[in-house]
Design a protein. Structure first.
Lengths: 331, 291
């Protein structure tokens, strides 16, 4: 999966496909959508399917920064929670409809990502993760203090959406199945967008930055701008996941901004395989399945997830999907 | 606002900062030598507090807790370095970081299972209860004690690093491990000791902090973020920076608590953002190390 060959000064002609060429790669968006379509019918519960959808998208957005650009952030709860809060606040305080509220959420989390990104890419390497974590804590405590707007510790409540009118159709959001497919449309659009980004010259540029920053700079890329743009796109996608979770839950818990939420997305991405298209969804599915199954017989499922995670870092650092790809290309 | 109150708050801030100094120093020492960020640092701080609590309830003495808990947790840290982190040195710096992050996650849950999820109050020993007259006002004796302990530790650490052969090897090893290996120094043993020392320092911070705040499994998360803030403000890998920035952050937080309480939790992060804007390498950091 080395992409150093893409580090050309000016990408000429058609951009090359990034990643393993093949049917799986070419049809990755339709394939993902097909899997998402049948997800509620193969998983033990529909609630689990909605969570896989939302957290999978969250991890896909995170993966753009961590997996493809090589920047390890521990503060992405700020964009997930930020998107959720802004969507909820736009409905509660501004009385907007669901669609303008979603736009507010995504735009707001993009702006937040621009500010946090601009500050944190001033540090390099290992300090990046420390700064992102600290700045997301700043967002968390700000939300906790601004309780008039955010509801403080109790979370944001009081914006239940019963139905949404889409192009003349009315979607009943109280029906789990209708709600799932309603949310899935946005996730599918986001996936298509990510796929386009990864196939574009910009997609090659971020991988060049990941593989060798100095060489990318020597090739004439503006590394800082590339990183910042990747950070903003990643934040925006996580913001989309956040708005979807706000619409799904009809409340925004303060936990959406908590360090714990940032940790979850790191683990999901790592478990599935950072830097692969399907990895984050696989990781979200596995993580949530472990939670779903293990929480039946113990309330300390996090211990199991943590140990599984440590074993993955030690023995399968490419994650489930990344290891499968490596096996396939070897044989 | 009268001067007395401000001075008292200043002392409180220094005591708060002294704890942060312990945590940030451990983080910086480990980073300076091994080149890895220990994400389990906050969790090990919390484990230190619980170990102190447990030993104190077992022996009935706070002093045993203060002595034994940091050593025990430090030894646990050495075990972690040996078994979990050592296989990862050849990989990218992200891998040991992710591993310690996973370890922190597991430790928090393990403590929840052992000690329960609720916070446990932990009171200072009788000898350290009460207040002392500082001339300008009365100040809790325990906080003064914390300042004293941290000052002694800093002095010992300074002597160990600057005046002994061990310190010479540590400083040289931080600069160039390869040359040290060529010269016949067992660098991996050194790293084991340094990791244990760093973990021991944060555990000591945990025991010292226990009587000042509620002991809960989640107490490490905030401390981890605070230690990061201190490290970024002080400068990447600078021990002096960790001390100065730790005290600075402590004073800034407690002063803000006096004048604008609702800003107290936010001020340190804002301070860090400011430093990143005007001096990304931190107060005492060399340019090029982290920024």
């Amino acid at each position: 999966m080395s992409s150093t060959s893409h580090a050309a000064p000016v990408p000429l002609g058609a951009p090359q496909a990034v990643g393993a060429p093949g049917v799986l790669s070419r049809w990755r968006v339709p394939l993902s959508i097909a899997v998402l379509c049948i997800l509620p019918w193969v998983l033990p519960s529909q609630a689990l399917a909605v969570n896989v959808l939302i957290y999978g998208l969250f991890a896909v957005g995170y993966n753009l920064l961590f997996g493809y650009t090589g920047l390890l952030s521990f503060g992405h709860a700020a964009f997930f929670g930020g998107g959720a809060y802004l969507t909820g606040m736009a409905i509660v305080h501004l009385g907007l409809g669901w669609f303008p509220a979603m736009l507010v959420g995504v735009a707001g989390s993009s702006v937040l990502a621009a500010v946090i990104g601009a500050l944190s890419i001033r540090t390099r390497g290992i300090y990046f993760c420390m700064v992102t974590l600290a700045l997301s804590q700043l967002v968390y405590y700000t939300a906790l203090q601004a309780s008039n707007w955010t509801g403080g510790e109790n979370g944001l409540r009081g914006f239940t959406l019963a139905k949404a009118d889409v192009l003349g159709l009315t979607v009943n959001l109280l029906d789990p199945t209708q709600k799932y497919y309603f949310l899935m449309v946005f996730a599918a659009l986001a996936l298509w967008f990510v796929s386009r980004v990864l196939n574009s010259p910009f997609g090659a540029a971020i991988e060049a930055v990941r593989e060798n920053e100095t060489r990318a700079r020597a090739c004439g890329y503006d590394v800082e701008r590339t990183k910042l743009l990747s950070f903003i796109l990643s934040g925006a996608l996580c913001g989309v996941a956040g708005t979807l979770s706000a619409i799904h839950l009809s409340i925004v818990p303060l936990d959406a901004l908590h360090y714990h939420t940032s940790s979850i997305v790191v683990m999901m991405t790592m478990l599935g395989g950072a830097g692969s298209f399907f990895g984050p969804f696989v990781g979200a599915l596995v993580f949530l399945l472990i939670e779903d199954v293990a929480s039946l017989w113990t309330s300390h499922w996090q211990l199991i997830v943590g140990i599984v995670f440590i074993l993955f870092v030690l023995f399968l650092p490419k994650g489930i999907w990344g290891t499968l790809i490596a096996w396939r290309s070897r044989s | 606002m009268d001067l007395e109150l401000i001075l008292m708050q200043l002392f409180s801030g220094l005591a708060l900062g002294a704890i942060l100094v312990m945590v940030a120093l451990g983080l910086t020492i480990i980073f300076g030598m091994l080149g890895i960020v220990n994400f389990a640092h906050g969790a090990l701080f919390m484990v230190g507090a619980y170990a102190g609590l447990w030993i104190a309830s077992l022996t009935g003495s706070f002093w045993w807790a203060l002595l034994v808990a940091p050593i025990a947790v430090g030894a646990f840290g050495m075990l972690v370095e040996r078994v979990l982190i050592r296989p990862l040195y050849k990989r990218t710096p992200d891998d040991p970081l992710l591993l310690t992050f996973g370890l922190g996650y597991v430790l928090v849950e393990a403590v929840r299972i052992t000690f329960g999820t609720d916070g446990i109050p932990f009171s200072a020993p009788d000898a350290l209860q009460g207040v002392v007259d500082l001339g300008v006002g009365y100040f809790p004796l325990y906080r003064l004690f914390v300042l004293g302990v941290v000052a002694v530790i800093l002095l010992l650490l300074w002597i160990a690093l600057e005046k002994t052969r061990f310190g010479l090897i540590v400083r040289a090893g931080a600069r160039d491990p390869l040359i040290m290996r060529v010269l016949g120094v067992d660098v991996s043993r050194l790293w084991l000791l340094v990791f244990g020392l760093g973990v021991g320092l944060t555990a000591l911070g945990g025991v010292l902090a226990a009587p000042m705040r509620n002991v809960s499994p989640e107490m490490g998360t905030l401390v981890l973020a605070e230690a990061f803030v201190v490290t970024v403000i002080g400068g990447m890998g600078s021990l002096l920076g960790a001390v100065v920035a730790g005290l600075l952050v402590g004073v800034a937080v407690s002063m803000t608590a006096l004048f604008a309480p609702e800003m107290a939790t936010i001020v340190m992060f804002a301070l860090m953002a400011l430093i990143l804007l005007v001096r990304p390498q931190g107060l005492f950091g060399r340019p090029g190390v982290g920024a």
